[in-house]
Design a protein around this ligand. Structure first.
Ligand code: ADE
Length: 228
């Protein structure tokens, strides 16, 4: 999978993708993330990519011209399954959406800024609009990093057994159970006996019960329509 991210601040995204799991995915040839500076697609001598909103009001609007040239250039080189726009008024991102995006081919992600993009960009190019939550970031970059991380780690072969996505919170619709490591006793606080028992079947049962208990306590909304 190749993910092309279009941004006015590529510097914000240079860090996250050169580390840990994402770096490993790139090294294994399973995923590739490319950043594109929108200003490179401006034809203006000041590299302008935004302008005042028609009708007045505070805030600038990202122009269609540079975005169109960038997306058209990418599309002339390869096929894309989705052209995603990061925006607080998009569909809320969740594990289900991460799963389905991880099965796609190539993706373009456009990061919004200022008051957003000219509506005609959305009409002509965007196939999916994603929000990472009901709050407003100063740009779509950090949201794009969140989506890219959540998607790439689900691509088959990216994670090994120890980091397997199958036991993540949300992967089965439940929160993950508590985990412990050495020492078995810390300042009188003991690890549950069952985890030291060596009975794998009983340990799995305990973990499942703890998952359900934790989900019931913290996120009862996730259990609606399910019977435990
Ligand atoms: N851009 C600004 N805020 C955002 C959010 N919550 N999700 C996605 N993109 C955004």
């Amino acid at each position: 999978m190749r993910i092309d991210i279009i941004t006015v601040v590529p510097g914000l995204l240079e860090g996250p993708f050169s580390h840990s799991i994402l770096k490993r995915a790139e090294d294994k040839g399973l995923a590739e993330v490319k950043l594109h500076n929108l200003r490179d697609y401006s034809t203006d001598k000041h590299k302008q990519i935004d302008d005042y909103a028609f009708g007045g009001g505070a805030g600038m609007v990202m122009m269609i011209g540079p975005i169109a040239r960038c997306i058209d250039a990418l599309k002339s080189e390869r096929d894309y399954d989705e052209v995603i726009y990061m925006t607080p008024d998009g569909e809320t991102f969740d594990q289900g959406m991460a799963n389905s995006l991880s099965l796609k081919g190539n993706l373009i992600i456009l990061c919004g800024h200022y008051k957003g993009v000219d509506e005609r960009v959305r009409q002509k190019y965007i196939t999916k609009e994603i929000s990472i939550g009901d709050f407003v970031l100063s740009g779509g970059e950090l949201a794009a990093a969140v989506v890219t991380d959540a998607v790439i780690r689900l691509i088959p072969g990216v994670l090994n057994d120890e980091t397997s996505a199958l036991t993540d919170s949300f992967q089965d619709g439940l929160l993950a159970p508590p985990v412990f490591t050495r020492p078995a006793v810390y300042e009188g606080m003991k690890v549950p006996d069952i985890l030291l028992s060596g009975h794998n079947g009983k340990i799995d049962e305990w973990r499942f019960e703890e998952s359900v208990r934790r989900t019931r306590e913290r996120r009862p909304d996730l259990l609606k329509g399910r019977d435990f």
